[in-house]
Write a new protein. Structure first.
Length: 173
């Protein structure tokens, strides 16, 4: 039976998850890929305010396709998580609690997840059309010039994922 996970994610909720747990995420998450991650880290380094609150945040590694008539978003499948490895430790240290993508994470990311109590969730690549049905609202909140890779505020309902890496050092890989 899947665990209901509410986003933003509390420290207690993140620490209660174990590798292999199935989750259904509801609430507000943010889309961001590598260029958006780079800009977020540069803003942190300059001491600037970020376009959304990182404390408890969930970032989905996705660059969705344009929405079709009657839909709030197009296909929204995960991208390779390793592309964000250079940036994730900084974001985790500043409050990021969960990431959603596909594939392996670096040692540095796994150490940051253990240190700060964050998790990495995996969802199915190639199922972007199906996953998009769990996204109920989508609005660009930052870096519109990045097109499909702009940061979006997504309202999700029962978005399916599996805990790939937990904050206790365990992994499904």
């Amino acid at each position: 039976m899947a665990t209901k996970l509410i986003a933003p994610v509390s420290d207690v909720a993140a620490r209660s998850l174990n590798a292999g747990d199935e989750v259904l995420i509801s609430g507000v998450i943010y889309s961001a890929r590598d260029m958006a991650h780079k800009r977020l880290c540069e803003a942190i380094a300059r001491g600037e305010e970020l376009p959304f609150e990182l404390e408890g945040a969930v970032i989905y590694f996705v660059g969705p396709t344009p929405e079709r008539p009657g839909r709030v978003i197009g296909s929204a499948g995960p991208t390779t998580s390793g592309r964000m490895d250079a940036f994730s430790p900084v974001l985790i240290a500043h409050g990021l609690k969960a990431m959603i993508g596909k594939g392996y994470r670096s040692d540095a990311v796994r150490r940051a997840m253990e240190q700060y109590g964050a998790v990495h969730l995996a969802t199915i690549g190639g199922a972007g059309a199906l996953l998009s049905k769990h996204i109920k609202k989508s609005e660009v909140v930052a870096y519109e010039d990045l097109g499909t890779e702009a940061i979006r505020r997504l309202v999700v309902e029962d978005f399916p994922a599996v805990v790939a890496y937990d904050c206790h050092g365990a992994s499904i890989y």
